[in-house]
Design a protein around this ligand. Structure first.
Ligand code: VG1
Ligand code: CO
Length: 544
């Protein structure tokens, strides 16, 4: 079988964002586009000859073609073995688990996560290192630099691999092992949670759950774990068949896009517990009967109840959250006497803290929670964590969250997204904020006074690396805050994210509706940044 050295030239715009490279499918289908990026990944690595690569994706349109391309390139570049999920499928947390368990050199995950799929949708690719986590900025910067000077890539003149049967095939000198995408992950999760107790709860007549896989990758994982292993009725999983276009939906588990789940959970005969996950299975949305749990609160509740869960009963080393995530988990960490960390947005920043044993739980306001069991956020893990807590405490989701607020106070929190905004207008808005930072402290806006204003910069406490320009933070004298960021995962125009947070210690005021509780902050954010004027939008596209 012949290795082909294909001449190519750089394509502009292959800089990885918050989580890998994401573009429209049509962009990825251009000649050499995917190949250039994959070769740029390999060229940024050293010492992989003869080693194992993990490969899989969320099953979206173009997944299968991309898997075949990458298999040929991995063989031509000298990998010894590829572990590929059956049918080209691996959820992001499962890929992380497989990399770690089989001590692979690294892995390539094909996903644009929560972005829509299909021929007109998005595709994505990212590289994870041997710890199972997303490549740190040092590597993504090197990949990007390689894409700008690439002149050739290596591939193989070979037939396609059959991804249906489990087992080993050869491709040139390389072995391709088609693996069960669910088995390793399910086995790991079973070591962390009390499956007996959760199973007993799920099989109890009268207790019902609804898990919405959104026609994305978690369908098979949910069937295996919730239905087969834990004994929940099959009807507990909805939209459980992965589809290349996610059934035309937007696989982002939030109150806007997970409409069917929200309707189910707010019906008169709603189940006791509801959840959803995203395209690649790393996010989670938790819903009680008539009650939505915000992701920031979810992280705090998991931390406060971790001692009830077998895998975490020995205690947490620390809790880490991304900067825009609410400080609710910090309050729990303080009460537990453990460290809390504030990192930039994106899971890659948690890797060092987890590897160094500084943090056990991590979370982001964007519906991502995870732990040191893998190096990615993990949707099914978060659902099992909640189910374990429910099984032990025997209370409703709502009662647990309200009790949490009474004990720790409530961090009212919301994120307002303005999607598909004109890029120039969004950049101008951010530039204007950056320019005004120095003049803001001391300024009064109605009842609020600005106490601090900066552009978040993060020095990694483990390797000392510095990441700058990670979001504008406006801290108010009252303790409330507003954060502005531009999304790094979109493929069309810009998405402005405005994060709003206010702490309320008084339990008598915890029942106020969130948007109402945050109304003065919402108005302040608009005055500070000129959102409506600059974007031409009267209101956000999505509120979470
Ligand atoms: C978003 C979220 C961020 C998350 C990232 C990847 O990034 O805000 O918290 O880590 O998506 O999640 P951004 O740059 O668009 O704000 V996933 O599930 O799409 O891989
Ligand atoms: Co995701």
């Amino acid at each position: 079988m012949n290795v082909i050295e294909q001449v190519t030239q750089p394509v502009a715009g292959q800089r990885p964002g918050t989580s890998g490279l994401r573009k429209k499918v049509a962009v990825f289908q251009q000649p050499h586009y995917l190949e250039n990026f994959v070769q740029a990944i390999f060229d940024s690595l050293e010492g992989y000859a003869g080693k194992t690569l993990v490969l899989g994706g969320d099953g979206r349109f173009h997944n299968l073609a991309a898997v075949q391309t990458i298999l040929r390139m991995a063989a031509a570049n000298g990998f010894g073995r590829v572990l590929v999920g059956q049918g080209g499928i691996l959820s992001t947390p499962a890929a992380s688990c497989v990399i770690r368990k089989h001590r692979a050199f690294g892995g390539i995950i094909l996903s644009a996560s929560h972005n829509p799929g299909g021929p007109d949708g998005d595709f994505g690719i990212k590289y994870n290192t041997g710890n199972g986590g997303p490549a740190p900025e040092k590597i993504t910067d090197a990949i990007y630099a390689n894409t700008q000077k690439i002149a050739r890539y290596l591939t193989l003149d070979a037939a396609e691999i059959d991804l249906a049967p489990l087992g080993t095939q050869t491709l040139g000198a390389m072995q391709v092992e088609v693996i069960d995408p669910v088995a390793d992950h399910a086995e790991l999760l079973a070591t962390l949670f009390d499956f007996e107790r959760i199973g007993a709860m799920l099989r109890r007549p009268g207790f019902r759950i609804c898990f919405d896989a959104m026609h994305a990758v978690t369908g098979p994982y949910a069937h295996e774990i919730f239905v087969k292993r834990l004994g929940a009725p099959a009807a507990s999983v909805i939209n459980g068949v992965p589809l290349p276009d996610f059934g035309g939906g937007h696989p982002d588990p939030n109150p806007t896009y997970a409409e069917q789940l929200v309707q189910t959970m707010f019906a008169a005969d709603a189940p006791d517990f509801g959840a959803a996950s995203d395209g690649d299975g790393d996010r989670n949305m938790i819903v009680g009967r008539h009650f939505i749990v915000t992701p920031s609160d979810s992280l705090a509740v998991l931390a406060a109840n971790a001692h009830l869960v077998p895998g975490y009963a020995a205690g947490l080393k620390g809790v880490a959250r991304s900067m825009p995530t609410s400080a609710a988990s910090d309050r729990v960490a303080a009460a537990l006497g453990i460290a809390s960390f504030e990192t930039p947005t994106g899971w890659k920043f948690f890797g060092n803290l987890l590897d160094a044993g500084k943090a056990t739980l991590c979370g982001e306001e964007s519906a991502g929670t995870g732990s040191d069991h893998v190096r990615e956020k993990d949707g099914i893990w978060a659902v099992l964590f909640w189910l374990n807590i429910l099984a032990v405490r025997g209370e409703s989701v709502e009662a647990i969250v309200r009790g949490h607020w009474r004990r720790f106070g409530r961090n009212f929190y919301s994120r307002h997204d303005y999607e598909g905004v004109d890029s120039a207008a969004a950049n101008a808005l951010m530039a204007h904020l950056r320019e005004s930072l120095a003049s803001l402290p001391g300024k009064a806006f109605g009842a609020e006074t600005v106490a601090s204003a900066d552009d978040f910069a993060y020095t990694d406490p483990v390797d000392g690396s510095l990441s700058t320009a990670q979001g504008i933070r406006i801290g108010l004298a009252s303790g409330s805050r507003v954060v502005f960021r531009l999304s790094g995962t979109g493929t069309e125009g810009a998405t402005l994210r405005v994060y709003l947070e206010r702490f309320e210690p008084d339990a008598a005021k915890h029942g106020v509706e969130t948007q109402e509780a945050l109304a003065p902050l919402i108005a302040l954010a608009d005055r500070l940044a000129g959102i409506r004027e600059r974007t031409g939008r009267e209101r956000p596209t999505v509120i979470t």
